[in-house]
Design a protein around this ligand. Structure first.
Ligand code: C2E
Ligand code: MG
Ligand code: MG
Ligand code: MG
Length: 250
């Protein structure tokens, strides 16, 4: 079935929605951040996951629209939750294609001003499997984002072409270890240790994704991971349910 025509209308029709998943401090277990994750409420097919429609959006030139919408929602909710006194950071995923759009940084800056939000309240997550050819350009964009105070997170670290040297070349503030390394058993411990050591040297925060069990939490905490995200603390939720979660866990 061809979803692309529907997808091109989805933002305008209000079918794209931001869900939010908590990130907790590995020691205190308090919610310190949430990641915004896109969902598509399709009128006939129901809820479609980003693993399906984000690659389509990237391929068919529709990612800028969806990406802008997610930045808007991230900023709006961050401001709202800040007003309520939760003080959580909001992380938004940005794809390489979106990052290369010249207007993106201005768009973020406008939204921050509009909501009177400090830039540090927002974290931009970029996936580390960026095409090597774009690295110089991407670094330049990321440097400008960092210079205005945004957090920069290297997502899904430990998949694909990861190398510590590539990570070190990026102006990041955080690294997120991919869930395959978090759930991967003892062979992953050495990898996590290496990431934590590198991160300490460079003042980066380390987040572990995909923490589903107390045992996984214990392991990553003992290896020095700062924050965790995963089903153990909550699945991605719509805004309303996120507020209830923040009331309970911040
Ligand atoms: P991601 O940025 O690595 O986000 C984490 C994914 O892992 C989410 O999948 C989340 O639901 C899932 N997850 C979290 N904890 C657990 C766990 O304990 N166990 C398991 N099995 N899974 C867990 P989701 O929401 O389906 O998103 C998939 C990917 O789609 C994201 O991976 C991200 O790369 C992309 N994505 C989502 N929203 C956006 C967006 O607004 N823009 C862009 N460019 N990409 C997005
Ligand atoms: Mg992410
Ligand atoms: Mg990730
Ligand atoms: Mg991942």
């Amino acid at each position: 079935m061809d979803l692309v025509p529907d997808l091109s209308q989805a933002v305008a029709r209000g079918e794209i929605i931001a869900y939010f998943q908590p990130q907790v401090d590995a020691i205190t277990r308090r919610v310190v951040a949430v990641e915004a994750l896109a969902r598509w409420r399709h009128p006939t097919l129901g809820l479609i996951l980003p693993g399906v429609f984000i690659p389509l959006a990237e391929q068919y030139g529709l990612i800028a629209d969806i990406g802008s919408f997610m930045i808007d929602e991230g900023c709006r909710c961050a401001a709202e939750w800040d007003d309520r006194g939760f003080g959580v950071q909001v992380a938004v995923n940005v794809s390489a294609a979106q990052l290369r759009t010249p207007a993106m940084l201005d768009h973020v800056a406008v939204r921050l001003r509009q909501h009177e939000l400090p830039a540090a309240a927002l974290v931009i997550e970029i996936t580390e499997s960026l095409p090597v050819i774009a690295i110089a350009e991407v670094c330049d964009r990321l440097n400008r984002m960092r210079s205005i105070g945004l957090g920069i997170s290297v997502d899904d670290y430990g998949t694909g072409f990861s190398s510590m040297s590539q990570l070190m070349a990026l102006p990041a503030t955080e690294v997120k270890i991919d869930r395959s390394r978090v759930q991967g058993g003892t062979s992953s411990d050495a990898f996590i240790t290496e990431v934590v050591e590198m991160a300490r040297d460079r003042g980066l925060r380390v987040v572990a994704e995909g923490v589903e069990t107390e045992e996984q939490l214990r392991v990553v905490r003992e290896l020095g991971v700062d924050r965790v995200q995963g089903y153990l603390f909550g699945r991605p939720l719509p805004e309303r349910d996120t507020v209830h979660l923040l009331e309970a866990l911040t």
